[in-house]
Design a binder for this molecule. Structure first.
Ligand SMILES: [Fe+2]
Length: 274
């Protein structure tokens, strides 16, 4: 387990969540009609224009659609334009080994990020060969340990993962979430004083809600979006997006999803899946 650290500061920590970029080896490739490289690059430009230099960036999985080394390399290079450290976790489309092989970014897989009195815990829910997610016994044990023995000075915790630990808002999503979410929740419930947010992607939509006493945030993709409240898979005509968080020393947080403006959405509305 590695740790990142940063001096405590009075102003809020600005964290950026980028998720489900679905990049391909070929930057001209499209996902259901949308060029994922182009939309991701536009999102990074938008962050630079509107958020200045953030303190930290988390990429919460489905970084690549094709698990290619070139996709991960391009993600790392483009996100590095923001001049902030980035950390990532794999999603169902990713290959952890290929990501780990990018030796130019040795800290990107740090799992416990410490900034002032906040810790950001990065959980790997990927389950090779499956669309759904699972937290291994080792990941659950690590979560338990990192919440029960807070590092010196840490009071507040944010949990980041790829898969949704609470069912998504469309019927077809019922089998693709985190299978053992109950085991994670059972651990979180032991530490209500420190857990401030559970943050994820995977279901390509905006959610901000309370569940079992905790705040949950789902962030839309930097490419295609999934339509809520439908039976069968359907795309939503919403622009690519990212989420920012401002984390305060007293445990408060502010957050919003920001979308590309004036973006012409070109997607295959007849797509039956992704
Ligand atoms: Fe995704």
């Amino acid at each position: 387990m590695q740790k990142a650290s940063r001096e405590f500061r009075e102003k809020p920590l600005r964290l950026i969540q980028i998720t489900d970029t679905h990049l391909y080896r070929d930057p001209r490739a499209v996902l259901l009609g949308l060029n994922t490289h182009e939309s991701f690059e536009k999102i990074v430009d938008l962050i630079a224009r509107t958020r200045g230099t953030p303190d930290v960036i988390v990429g919460t999985g489905d970084i690549a659609q094709d698990a290619s080394r070139e996709s991960y390399q391009r993600f790392a290079e483009i996100v590095s334009r923001l001049n902030a450290p980035f950390y990532w976790i794999p999603g169902n489309h990713d290959n952890r080994k290929v990501m780990l092989a990018l030796t130019d970014y040795p800290n990107a897989f740090d799992t416990q990020l410490i900034f002032g009195n906040w810790q950001i815990l990065m959980l790997d829910t990927s389950s090779p060969g499956n669309v759904h997610g699972v937290l291994s016994d080792a990941e659950l044990a690590r979560l338990q340990q990192q919440l029960s023995q807070l590092p010196a000075g840490v009071q507040h915790s944010m949990i980041c993962l790829h898969h949704n630990p609470v069912p998504g808002t469309a019927s077809w999503m019922s089998d693709i979430g985190l299978k053992n979410a109950d085991a994670m929740l059972a651990i979180l419930k032991q530490y209500p004083a420190t857990v401030r947010a559970v943050v994820y992607g995977h279901i390509h939509q905006t959610l901000d809600f309370e569940h079992e006493g905790f705040r949950f945030f789902c962030t839309p993709s930097t490419c295609i979006q999934f339509k809520p409240y439908v039976e069968e898979f359907a795309l939503d005509m919403l622009a690519p997006a990212y989420r920012w968080f401002d984390l305060y020393a007293d445990g408060r947080l502010e957050t919003a999803v920001e979308r590309l403006q004036d973006y012409v959405i070109k997607v295959d509305m007849n797509a039956g899946g992704y």
